[in-house]
Write a protein that binds this ligand. Structure first.
Ligand code: SOE
Length: 392
């Protein structure tokens, strides 16, 4: 039938927390946004057949694969969504790209800069064949942060002076919290640095439109051993927190703090930007709000009535909101993943490289690597080499 939409047939590898929220995104994106494709949730991959079959039934996938190599070899799959721990991102993504599959890969892009460089190169080569790739920095798709980027780009804050970011969780505050793959370097690559700081580095670069050019940082591991599921104690081989200062391309000064020990903070991803004319402030735990202060700006406030005002980012004219609810009815964490899928599919259909692509993922990985080098060298200043954008 003419005008019938092409089907995008998706295969997802992994079915834990990220598998669940990505499944929700694939299911909702075509139902709430006008997309150039219909979406078929063709296969979900996992090593344990019983658990993967249960996930397929729960999240709505048509079939199951217990070997990701089988999944990417299928000719009824057009796009591979990687929701596994970081130690498998590179091999799965590079193989999927070589097989001509578009790729969405969870963050951080990889566990090392070297792996990220290989992935970015594979993405550039694949892009020349029209095969697209994106890294899942979902917080860019919070409408309030997309609005923040717009305000900075419009010059509403003037010249940037400070970027202040934290990402605070507390799920390791209890020393009795069990060992998990996230605490093993060989699986996770790093701890709070790659898991949480990756997000705020990308968010800072996204909102300001500037790249981190150098860092000085430290990491710490507060609880060096934890008991695994069998009651056997293992060494924690990653950081529990990472704290670092940085400079951005314009000379603005930035601070980053990522921890899993901020007792009472559940998912407090916060960003504040101070410029020569104004400031903005965001807290993911109030993700529908953006606080904005514009000295002598359009509020007409001057002198003793100036100050931050709250923008409730739920108007139909705000990024992504025209697809959802009336003003004031609020969005949640899961909506950011739906927005991510929408932007990916629209980019694939338009024949352009989606952002954040693997080149951006490599840039973030280079910042993380610079922090690790600095932390190992008594917080010495560690320059970050610029990352050329992925060739289109
Ligand atoms: C860590 O617990 C985590 O799940 C991150 O891995 C996600 O990227 C973040 O969005 C929520 O917290």
């Amino acid at each position: 039938m003419s005008g019938e939409k092409q089907e995008m047939r998706v295969g997802m590898v992994g079915h834990a927390f990220m598998g669940a929220v990505h499944s929700h995104a694939w299911r909702t994106a075509p139902r709430f946004f006008d997309l150039p494709y219909t979406v078929r949730m063709t296969a979900i991959g996992g090593r344990d057949e019983a658990r993967t079959r249960a996930a397929a039934g729960k999240y709505g996938w048509d079939s199951v694969e217990t070997d990701w190599r089988e999944l990417i070899a299928r000719d009824d799959i057009d796009l591979v969504d990687i929701c596994t721990p970081g130690d498998t991102h590179a091999e799965i993504a590079i193989a999927a790209l070589a097989a001509g599959k578009h790729v969405l890969c969870e963050k951080p892009l990889a566990n090392t800069v070297a792996e990220a460089e290989e992935m970015a190169e594979a993405a550039a080569v694949a892009a020349e064949r029209g095969v697209r790739s994106m890294v899942a920095f979902n917080y860019r798709r919070v409408p309030a942060l997309a609005l923040a980027r717009r305000l900075v780009a419009e010059g509403r804050l003037g010249e940037l002076r400070h970027v202040r970011t934290v990402y605070l969780q507390d799920w390791l505050s209890d020393p009795a919290a069990p060992m998990t793959w996230r605490l093993r370097k060989e699986q996770a690559g790093s701890g709070a640095l790659g898991d949480l700081a990756a997000h705020i580095v990308d968010a800072a670069q996204f909102v300001t439109g500037e790249l981190v050019t150098g860092v000085s940082g430290q990491t710490a591991t507060f609880v060096p051993r934890r008991a695994n599921g069998h009651g056997v104690e293992e060494d924690v081989t990653v950081d529990d927190c990472a704290v670092f200062t940085a400079r951005l391309g314009s000379g603005a000064v930035a601070t980053f703090e990522a921890t899993r020990y901020a007792f009472g903070r559940k998912n407090a991803m916060r960003l504040e930007v101070n410029g020569s004319r104004g400031s903005l402030s965001f807290d993911f735990e109030s993700m529908n709000e953006l606080w904005f202060h514009e000295s002598g700006g359009d509020t007409g406030d001057t002198g003793d009535t100036e100050g931050f005002r709250r923008i409730l980012v739920t108007e139909g004219t705000h990024p992504y909101l025209d697809a959802w609810w009336p003003p004031g009815h609020l969005l949640g964490y899961e909506h950011t993943f739906t927005h991510e899928v929408v932007d990916l599919l629209r980019a694939v259909h338009s024949g352009v490289n989606p952002e954040p692509g693997f080149g951006t993922g490599l840039q973030v990985q280079r910042v993380l690597g610079a922090v690790q080098r600095s932390a190992e060298d008594e917080s010495r200043w560690s320059p970050v080499p610029a990352t050329a954008p992925v060739r289109t």
